[in-house]
Design a binder for this molecule. Structure first.
Ligand code: AMP
Length: 310
């Protein structure tokens, strides 16, 4: 086992720590997470180590990005297991920031009493329960498509919480996974538009040996659903291969992915080929694109993507 990280739960203390380290000339790297860590998260830790002397991993399940019809109260967590995993990474990490006071919740404790409601997701769990927050960051165009269509408040919540984390931790660099491709692009755009002094790095998707993209939500899959969910990555790889062989018609490629997933019993939320920078849909592949997909297998909504650098 490696060294134990310092656990910081108050934002004032976090900021004091960061400022003291920066005064010593040390560069700080941040990896924001919602916990229930897996090797995908640990790869981000290894990546950030290449760019900073000190590493902060934040673990915080953000109620601002869950609508009241989503899975906040059942989102998996295992704080002690997370600490063990972070200690097992060569070099360890310096701080685990697990804020208990990130938002002004009033008397609400963060996830309690937040059972799913049958609404269309127009209110976030934070607004439903916590009274003391009304400022939001929106990246207006990039947040609209792909996951933003079925989760209209999601990226507002993400951009806001990441802004708060950047303001509190004041990192020099932060690493995000390309698994959440739209999120990564949105954060990069936000940093550029709002002049955050943070370098944002995208880290490649980490997969299980059989190709399934690692995700905290994979625990929701039964063994049978998990097997069927392999069609996501397989159909993406097949479509990429077809594109590289000359099939540049996006509709044909998208339809092949949708068909494969539906035949396996999945329910496709979207399968779209979009420009890598703007995330706008394209009809023919002429420049670097990414095929993005979200599909339900049982209770799990899984996302995945594959870049095609034409
Ligand atoms: P989450 O805890 O799911 O909010 O994820 C925290 C960070 O880990 C985000 O930047 C994700 O994109 C990244 N991440 C999650 N799963 C993977 C994966 N399989 N490969 C690479 N990065 C990932």
């Amino acid at each position: 086992m490696g060294r134990e990280p310092e656990i910081i739960t108050s934002k004032d203390k976090m900021r004091r720590w960061s400022r003291a380290m920066r005064a010593q000339g040390k560069a700080i790297g941040l990896v924001p997470t919602m916990g229930y860590l897996h090797k995908g998260h640990l790869a981000l830790v290894n990546e950030v180590r290449q760019h900073a002397q000190l590493i902060v991993v934040s673990i915080y399940v953000n109620p601002g990005q869950f609508s009241t019809s989503e899975d906040l109260s059942t989102y998996p967590s295992d704080f002690n297991g997370d600490l063990q995993k972070l200690m097992s990474v060569p070099g360890g990490v310096d701080v685990v920031f697990n804020p208990h006071d990130l938002y002004d919740y009033g008397s609400w404790r963060g996830t309690e009493g937040m059972e799913k409601k049958e609404d269309v997701g127009e209110v976030s769990c934070l607004e439903e329960k916590g009274g003391g927050h009304e400022t939001w960051v929106r990246v207006e165009k990039l947040e609209k498509g792909l996951c933003g269509k079925s989760r209209p408040l999601f990226f507002r919540g993400v951009a806001t919480v990441v802004s708060k984390l950047f303001n509190i931790v004041e990192p020099d660099v932060a690493v995000f996974g390309k698994k959440d491709y739209q999120q990564w692009r949105i954060i990069r755009r936000m940093v550029r538009d709002l002049d955050f002094a943070v370098k944002v790095i995208g880290s490649d998707i980490v997969r299980e040996d059989d190709g399934l993209a690692m995700s905290s939500r994979n625990v929701y899959l039964s063994p049978e659903e998990r097997q069927k969910a392999l069609t996501i990555n397989r159909s993406l790889s097949k479509a990429k291969h077809a594109a590289e062989e000359g099939q540049i018609n996006c509709k044909i490629l998208q339809d092949s992915v949708i068909l494969a997933i539906e035949e396996a019993g999945g329910k496709v939320d979207y399968a779209e080929i979009v420009d890598q920078e703007t995330l706008e849909a394209v009809e023919e592949i002429k420049a670097p694109v990414v095929i993005c997909i979200a599909a339900w297998f049982g209770k799990a909504r899984l996302i995945d993507n594959i870049e095609i650098n034409a």
